[in-house]
Every structure is written in C-alpha cells, then in structure tokens.
Design a protein around this ligand. Structure first.
Ligand code: PRX
Length: 641
C-alpha cells in the first residue's frame, strides 16, 4: 500500500494547502477515495458553526475496521499490526499480525454481540495497555458500538460519572494492570464504580495480573470464557456493521474550564480519513516502519496514533504496557533497540523526565533505526527539544512538534517530517484543510506583528474532517464551549503566536484548563474535589510552571478549624482528590489561607493567585478593587516554595 496523498516536498505542501482551502470538496474526495467505503458520499462537506453542525462524507457508509483490518489481509496477513512490549522486560513480547488481529477482533466482536451489545450502545473500556485493549476498541467499532475508553488512572467516582453521562450498559476491563512496580486493581475500581449502579448489564474481564477479583453472578464474565463460548457456537466471521460516515465512533471524556468532563464525540468517516492522512504525512510513514507512540490508549493520542491511524495505514504499531523509567530510565531506548523502532512519538514531559537521568541510560543503546521523532501534548521547551534532537535523534531525525486536542481528533498543526522545516518549540504550519486565525479578546483578527510575531487566541475558521461533532448528550454545551466565544470560529482554548513565515507556536491554555504531564485537568474539577473534603470551606486552584510536568497544580485552601497537624490535613485532602478524580489530579502544593482575593462581586481573582504561585509576587497589578486587599499580603507571605 502506498499513499498517493503523501506530501513529499515543501512545494507539494503549499499546493495541497492551497487546494484544500480553495476546493475542500474535491481535495478531500481525492483523499477519501483511498479508503474502503460500502457506499460513497453524496456530499463531501456541509457545515455551519452556529448550531454547530458539521457533516463530512454525508450519505457514505463504511466500517472503520474494514479499513484497519480486512483490506490489509490480501497483502499483509503475516505482517505485524501490533507489537506488544510488556511492563516487565523479562516477560515475552507479543506480535499480532494483521491476520491475528483480525481474528481476535472478530472473536471479541462476536463476544460483544453474543452478550447483547448492539449498534449505538455505549461500551466503557477500562483496561491497562495490553493488546486486548486495542482489540476491545476495534471490536466495538466492528459491531457499531460506541466505545468510551477511560484512562486506567481515573478513580471509581470518575468512572461512575462517565458511565452515567454516557448511559453505558457494558464495561470491558481487566483484573488488574501492571505499571512500573505497581499492580493496579482495575476490576476492583470498577466494582466500586458500580455500587448502586442499575444500568450496567455486563462486565467482561480480561485476565492480566490474575489478582483475586470478585465476579458477580449474572453480570461479570471472564473474557477468555466468553471467547470459548463463541467458538463453541461456531461464530468465526464477524460481519462488520454498516455505519453512516456521521455515526458516532467513540466518546472520549476530556476536561474543560467548567463543570465535569465532557464526552467529545467523533464520527466514523471523517475521523478515519483525518487520522490516517495526518499520520501518513506528519510522520512520513513508509510501510514497514515500526511506529512507537508512547501514549496510553486512554487518551486521544493513543486512540488516533496507536490504534486507528497506524492500522488504517497498514502500518505496524508498538504498544508498550509500562512506563519510561521501569525497570530503569533506559527502557524506551531498550525497546527501540529491541524492535528497531523507526518512529518515536512521545510527550515533552517524558523527555524532560528522562533528561533528568542524564545521558547514561542512553549509552550503549543502538538507536540507529530511528528516522523520525515526534512530540505531543504540551509546549516543548527548547532545552528539551535540543536534548531530544541531539541524544535521541543524533541530529539526523526530524522532530515533529504536533499540536492538537481531544476535540480535533488528530494533528492540526505540525511540520511534516523532513518535508516542511522544523523550528524548535514551534508546531509550525497547519495541515492542509486547517485554517487558523489569531484573534484578540474581542474576537478581532490580530494582524499586527510585534518583534516579528503576532499573538492571540487560536481559532479555526472552517471544519476539518475529524472536528468533534458534539459533546455527548448535550449539544448546547458543545456550542457554548467551542463555538460561542468567537462567532463563527472554533475556539481552541489555546494562546499562540505566529511568525512572518506563517509558523505557529502554541503558548498554552488561556482558559482554566491545566496541562499536567500532558494530562488535561480542569481547575474547577480539582476545586470541586477539594471542596468535598470535610472541613474545606473554599478553594482555588491554579497552574504554575513545573520543570518536569510542564505545569504543576497549586491549591489555595480555606480550611475551617485546623486542629493539629497541617501536613496530615494536606495528605487527607490529597486522598480525597485521589478518590474523587484520580491520582493524576493531586495538587503539588496546598497552601492554607484564611481568605481568597475576590472582586466586590465575589469573583476569585485567579490572575493574582497564578502570579503568586509562579513566584511573581512583586508585580501583582492593581489589587485595590478587591473586597479585602490585605488578604493578598497574607497569601504572598505564606507562599509555598
Ligand atoms: O494546550 C494544548 C496542549 O494540549 C491541549 C489538548 O489536550 P488534550 O485534549 O488532552 O490532547 C493532548 C494530545 C493531543 C491543547 O489545547 N497541546 C497539545 N499538543 C501540543 C500542545 N501544546 C503545545 N504544543 C503541542 N504540540
């Protein structure tokens, strides 16, 4: 399989970009022609950002798994689709060829069908990084069920909220998951999430750690036994459900600046085309390349660039169960050497954390197979960029800095490896079809350059094929969050600058969303969790620069009556946050305060709290309009280092 839509020169990029803007219908029809459709579209694109309503490839029918699996069987049956490296390097890795993966997806699709799962049903998947996770995802897609993968680090309460919001009726999980030297009891977390739940019909449990688990009669089933059942029934084929291009493929929950996480909905056709197109172009994927994306499938990066895009491109995707520092900080390099990895796609936070170990762990590791490096999830600082370039890529691998979001489904801004120029810390140029615009607070386009750049809030003027279609069960919220801040634009929530060559540099969120180790967390969510702790009167959470995590979480907490040890109370609060959201949302710092800086109308002045957390206590701006200006001095004086 070659990719006629692969862009291989700067001029070709410019031509593709131009055409994608001037004639999007023809442009995307040409790309989409390279996929397997049961029925072609009547119309390529129909949209307005008012409702919002976006429809790509309307009238077309397909099943994404036929594109990810069936169509490769003729020529690639024995080629590895997935390579799985376990957490423990002494355990044997697994290789699933296209034929193997096809068989397993069909088998599990049949298990789901045999248990009553139908097109449109929501299936929550809560698993560690094992091949069965990818199999479960694809099996849902095969039978038209909508998967909603929840990252293994979220708590029972978070799962319960998501189950309720998605009105899910089925869960696929594992007994436990290995991560570094930890054994995470996933099924037991699910059991806690299901206390009092009456809507979940079946929980299918795959065996990984063989941790003792409670299995409820009539509800809980072992994956392996269910496979045997469908085999006994002679179910081998699994006819793919015919999906409309606009039918939902999955829901993925993500944090916003207010309220609970929202379920971002992606549609089958556009998501397939966009993830494949951006994969082939950004990474300049060549069939046979081993692609190692270190993300978890519980996040959008894993959905798009571990599962769907590499497979729809007939590629080989490496799935790693563990963490970069187990058993030591050379683990990524061992994996690259072991499997002769060609493309490494990871997050700046991982690079920074590995940088902290020096170059010792890299010594003696053969990284000569590497061709292309990628980063995603947060801005990459220049120091980390150069370290990655020098010590990992040995200055011969282009680095792609890919900017995108859960809502965008796939990469929107990135250089194309070795084709368009890289610029350290800059995501550079938009993909064909992505029309970026920088606006000021009032929504007016920023046109003035200052010191060679213009700065503003990053918006997008027109839809690309994998733009989110809605937020599950609440279209109004989708409109309000993304399409109302600036009329007729999709607002990303990010600030950015653009140079005179058109390159973009993303500077970070301009809303109340934090990016901690590449994980997206809403300040409001953390505040709600802290406020649930007995004794807490009020709290305010802000981000601050953190050397490794990118951003750390700083919480200011008003606590009722502090009896005894402050540090114990801190630990108790952390425990509550872990229980309500998960360990990933634990504040790095908790400062107890007697009040918060508020305006006379009662609004917390986060700007001031942010500056104090950042250590910029000198220049706090005008505080005279505050209800209680003295509180600022107290907070400043007791600031945690
Ligand atoms: O702030 C941007 C940051 O991550 C946010 C999206 O987070 P999430 O939906 O979890 O998806 C992460 C993986 C795609 C964005 O709003 N972000 C993502 N990639 C970059 C980035 N910031 C700077 N540079 C990037 N390459």
């Amino acid at each position: 399989m070659s990719y006629p839509y692969q862009i291989t020169s700067l001029d070709a990029y410019k031509a593709a970009y131009k055409k994608s803007v001037e004639n999007p219908d023809e442009f995307w029809a040409d790309v989409a022609d390279n996929f397997v459709w049961k029925r072609k579209w009547d119309k390529v694109l129909e949209w307005n950002f008012n409702e919002p309503k976006v429809e790509w490839f309307k009238g077309a029918q397909l099943n994404i798994t036929e594109n990810c699996l069936d169509r490769h069987l003729a020529t690639k049956a024995n080629i590895p689709a997935l390579i799985w490296e376990p957490n423990d390097p002494d355990e044997h890795h697994r290789i699933l060829t296209y034929k193997d993966l096809y068989n397993k997806v069909c088998q599990f699709g049949n298990v789901l069908r045999n248990n009553g799962v139908k097109k449109g049903d929501r299936v929550c998947i809560y698993m560690g990084m094992i091949p069965e996770l990818a199999i479960a995802v694809l099996a849902c897609a095969r039978i038209g069920a909508i998967h909603s993968v929840v990252f293994g680090g979220f708590s029972a309460q978070s799962i319960a909220d998501r189950l309720y919001d998605a009105q899910a009726e089925y869960i696929v999980t594992c007994d436990g998951a290995y991560r570094g030297n930890k054994d995470i009891p996933l099924k037991s977390v699910i059991d806690d999430a299901l206390i009092g739940n009456r809507t979940i019909k079946k929980v299918i449990v795959s065996t990984r750690t063989r941790t003792p688990v409670s299995m409820l009669k009539g509800r809980d089933l072992w994956w392996e036994e269910e496979i045997k059942k469908v085999e006994t029934l002679g179910m081998t084929e699994c006819v793919p459900e015919v999906m409309d291009a606009e039918d939902p493929l999955f829901i993925l929950y993500t944090s916003g600046s207010t309220g609970k996480p929202k379920g971002v909905v992606h549609a089958c056709g556009g998501y397939m085309v966009w993830t494949n197109y951006t994969f082939v172009n950004t990474f300049q994927y060549t069939p046979g390349d081993i692609h190692f994306c270190t993300a978890d499938i519980g996040w959008i990066t894993g959905h798009s660039y571990i599962v769907y895009a590499p497979l729809s491109a007939g590629g080989t995707s490496l799935l790693f169960e563990g963490i970069p520092t187990f058993p030591d900080a050379g683990r990524f390099w061992d994996i690259i050497e072991k499997f002769r990895v060609n493309i490494l796609y990871t997050a700046p936070t991982a690079i920074r954390s590995l940088m902290g170990f020096g170059i010792g762990p890299l010594q003696g590791k053969d990284l000569s197979s590497l061709k292309i490096l990628g980063t995603v999830g947060e801005p990459i600082n220049e120091e980390a960029w150069h370290w990655y370039d020098e010590h990992v890529g040995k200055k011969k691998c282009p680095i792609v800095d890919t900017w995108w979001q859960t809502e965008t489904g796939g990469i929107l801004i990135s250089n194309l490896a070795g084709v368009t120029p890289a610029k350290p810390s800059w995501a550079t140029l938009p993909m064909p079809g992505v029309q970026c615009i920088l606006v000021d607070e009032n929504g007016k386009e920023v046109t003035e350059f200052e010191d060679g750049v213009k700065k503003g809030n990053l918006c997008i003027k027109a839809p690309w094929p994998s733009i989110l279609r809605t937020t599950y069960g609440d279209h109004e919220r989708c409109k309000l969050n993304y399409f109302s801040t600036y009329e007729n634009y999709y607002f990303t929530g990010d600030g950015a600058m653009q140079d005179e060559e058109g390159n973009f540099r993303i500077t970070g969120r301009v809303d109340d969303v934090l990016n901690v180790s590449g994980h997206r967390i809403g300040t409001a969510e953390v505040e709600n969790a802290i406020n649930m702790h007995a004794g807490v009167v009020e709290s305010a959470v802000v981000g601050y620069p953190h050397d490794i995590k990118g951003q750390g979480i700083y919480a200011y907490v008003i606590y009722g009556n502090m009896h005894g040890d402050e540090s114990l109370t801190r630990k108790d609060i952390l425990q509550t946050v872990t229980r309500v959201i998960g360990a990933i949302a634990k504040p790095d710092k908790i400062q107890f305060v007697t009040g918060l800086p508020k305006t006379r109308s009662g609004k917390i002045m986060r700007r001031i709290l942010r500056k104090i957390a950042e250590g910029e206590t000198e220049n706090l701006g005008d505080t005279s309009t505050l209800l209680d200006p003295l509180i600022v001095d107290e907070i400043k004086n007791n600031r945690l280092q």
